[in-house]
Write a protein that binds this ligand. Structure first.
Ligand SMILES: CC(C)(COP(=O)(O)OP(=O)(O)OC[C@H]1O[C@@H](n2cnc3c(N)ncnc32)[C@H](O)[C@@H]1OP(=O)(O)O)[C@@H](O)C(=O)NCCC(=O)NCCS
Length: 187
């Protein structure tokens, strides 16, 4: 089973029933660029993975806030891949966009590129990640988000791939909950 995009007329959604409409992918697409310095180093002398993860979360959070028009919190981060080590002196570009929207959640796709800060060589892809953000109201309760309207063929493909990930996330969570419920007496 796959999820369908937000149906603004569905009365079973979160408390905020107002129709949030739709928003094109490009409206919230964001890039965050930072030069890696000595403060970002790990024990091996390259950039600490947690530094990259924070940039990823920051960029995705900006996208989620822009798309949903208000506060949004990280619900999960999955498939964070580190493809190539990042070095001190690299200029890191974190590109983020909304891939998919549900009722109150959004999958944000993030691509991380790095290039030497003082050379004009092409940037290298160093990482990718997929995060789920939930839009929340002033009480921290989930609120509805506008449906994302994919702009291009690539955005439509990303939407479909995000639906597959969503289906797997829900199935995994359900299976683990069922397993734990069966073994409840184990403590
Ligand atoms: C994320 C949070 C708002 C979800 O609240 P909740 O009461 O469980 O609400 P729901 O079960 O209705 O989930 C809301 C949406 O998030 C999605 N979601 C919740 N947990 C998720 C997870 N672990 N992975 C993927 N999606 C998740 C749900 O599928 C739902 O999506 P939908 O409305 O599009 O169908 C809540 O767990 C929370 O506040 N977590 C802490 C967030 C935080 O502090 N992040 C770090 C700092 S920003």
């Amino acid at each position: 089973m796959t999820d369908v995009p937000t149906d603004p007329t569905d009365p079973t959604g979160p408390a905020d029933h107002a129709d949030p409409g739709g928003k094109p992918t490009a409206a919230s697409r964001t890039t965050l660029s930072t030069i890696m310095s000595q403060n970002d180093v790990n024990l091996l002398g390259t950039v600490h993975g947690g530094v990259i993860m924070k940039l990823v979360d920051d960029a995705a959070g900006a996208v989620a806030g822009r798309h949903s028009g208000g506060p949004a919190v990280t619900a999960s981060m999955d498939e964070m891949l580190f493809l190539v080590p990042v070095r001190i002196g690299d200029l890191v570009h974190v590109h983020a966009q909304v891939n998919w929207t549900g009722r109150s959640s959004m999958e944000i796709g993030v691509k991380v590129l790095a290039e030497r800060w003082n050379e004009s060589t092409p940037a290298t892809r160093v990482g990718t990640a997929y995060l789920v953000f939930a839009a929340v109201d002033e009480n921290g309760k989930p609120r509805r988000v506008p449906s994302v309207l994919p702009d291009t063929e690539l955005d439509r493909r990303r939407f479909q791939e995000a639906q597959i990930r969503r289906t797997h996330r829900l199935a995994r969570r359900r299976e683990i909950q069922e397993l734990r419920a069966r073994g409840a007496d184990l403590g």
